[in-house]
Design a protein around this ligand. Structure first.
Ligand code: COA
Length: 385
């Protein structure tokens, strides 16, 4: 296996992008990453996308990306693992470079969600749940995560205020991210007064519906030394990947994310590090409760201790372990197939020292956690400066 480094990053502003199609977004992010890497060729590409067929009517993204990049016979692979499609694309690209199959690999994540109205996008997202037992019976993702939140509150005394503080922190961080969809400061009262979506979750507990893309360039570390990218190469230190039951009711516990726990153990083991060594993390806060549960599954907090940790400010920039300095899914947005790539991109910018007003000082080791559905699949990636 060869050591692998990330040498190029590409992302644009995320939001409701009425003037850009899915292919425009994917191509723009990819061209930026290629330019940032300073490479004169791409040998292969992987694109992560959850549901372009339902959201936009366009499948066959392998051909779309190769064609509209103007790189005709380029081998392109499309992968899907619901909201973890982006990190899965990264894992596939990493494996291709590590195995010596290709030297310069483009990894792109993209999703265009706003072409549908609210109920249609809720249906499209719901296809990542267990359709026979959850979807057909009317469960939606806000509803499923609301059940997890209620159970967490019941078992551990997690409070409404602690959920609010996750959203407040992530919006404060997003104010420093020029690419974030919602750049606005909010208070806990704003969260608690916002429209109820699925009790106890309110509008400001939820990630939004977003159009966006992100891209990275991966090369063998030996080759990275010969390039002049837009920032220092960042090493891939470890990746862990796992799945769990697709339906929530099949799990032993509603308050544990087993796939995140196992994928984290695998990533820590392959990187030879432990949770206390990590300087910052991007985690999958599709709802505020998801950030708290991810912190516990990643070993940053003991079960039930994530809420108090957020209350003490330990996850803010400048705290013990800054979480979601990018603004997270909550503020930056959540174009589902792009999210996992953008989380890794944020860690790269942080380790390069290029994160501007949201820079975590002295960051040398970062972690990104991306999951599908209610945690039916999870990928954890550890990167080092
Ligand atoms: N955070 C902050 N503001 C939001 C928001 C969010 N998540 N979602 C919408 N808004 C804002 C809009 O900008 C709009 O503001 P405006 O009136 O000033 O223009 C307003 O709230 C209403 O927007 P609208 O698009 O009509 O909201 P909606 O009721 O259709 O959708 C949710 C709101 C929460 C239901 C939707 O964002 C959602 O489904 N989120 C979860 C996505 C999801 O499940 N992802 C997968 C996770 S596994």
């Amino acid at each position: 296996m060869r050591d692998v480094s990330i040498v190029g990053v590409g992302i644009g502003h995320w939001g409701e992008l009425w003037n850009d199609s899915l292919r425009d977004l994917a191509v723009a992010a990819s061209l930026k990453a290629i330019a940032d890497a300073g490479v004169d060729r791409v040998d292969s590409a992987v694109i992560g996308c959850m549901s372009s067929g339902i959201f936009t009517g366009q499948e066959h993204l392998a051909s779309v990306l190769g064609d509209y990049l103007g790189r005709g016979p380029l081998p392109v692979t499309r992968v899907e693992s619901a909201c973890a499609s982006g990190a899965l694309a990264f894992k596939a690209g990493y494996a291709e470079v590590a195995a010596g199959i290709s030297d310069v690999v483009l990894v792109c994540g993209a999703e265009k969600m706003n072409d549908l109205d609210g109920s249609e996008s809720t249906y499209a997202l719901g296809t990542a749940a267990d359709q026979e037992y959850e979807g057909y019976n009317g469960a939606t993702f806000p509803g499923l995560y609301a059940m997890m939140a209620l159970r967490h509150m019941h078992e551990f005394g997690t409070t409404r205020r602690q959920l609010s503080l996750v959203a407040v922190k992530n919006h404060a961080n997003g104010l420093q991210n020029p690419n974030a969809q919602f750049q606005m400061a909010i208070t806990p009262e704003d969260v608690e007064k916002s429209a109820k979506v699925a009790d106890p979750l309110r509008l400001l507990d939820c990630s939004p519906v977003t159009d966006g893309a992100a891209a990275l360039i991966l090369v063998p570390t030996e080759l990275a030394k010969k390039l002049a990218p837009g920032g220092a190469p960042v090493a891939v230190r470890g990746i862990g990947h796992a799945t769990d039951t697709i339906a929530l009711h099949s799990r032993a516990s509603l308050t544990r994310l087993r796939a995140v726990e196992v994928s984290a153990e695998r990533a820590y083991q392959s990187a030879g590090v432990k949770p206390a060594d990590i300087h910052l993390a991007e985690v999958h806060d599709c709802f505020t409760i998801a950030e708290l549960m991810a912190m516990e599954a990643l070993g940053f907090a003991a079960p039930g201790q994530s809420g108090p940790m957020v209350e003490r400010g330990e996850t803010a920039i400048g705290g013990r372990i800054p979480i979601n300095p990018s603004g997270g899914l909550k503020s930056k947005g959540h174009p589902v197939g792009a999210t996992g790539v953008a989380q890794i991109l944020e860690i790269v910018e942080q380790l390069r020292g290029q994160a501007g007003g949201r820079q975590v000082k002295g960051a040398k080791l970062g972690l990104a956690q991306n999951m599908g559905g209610t945690g039916g699949s999870s990928i954890v990636t550890i990167l080092g400066a």
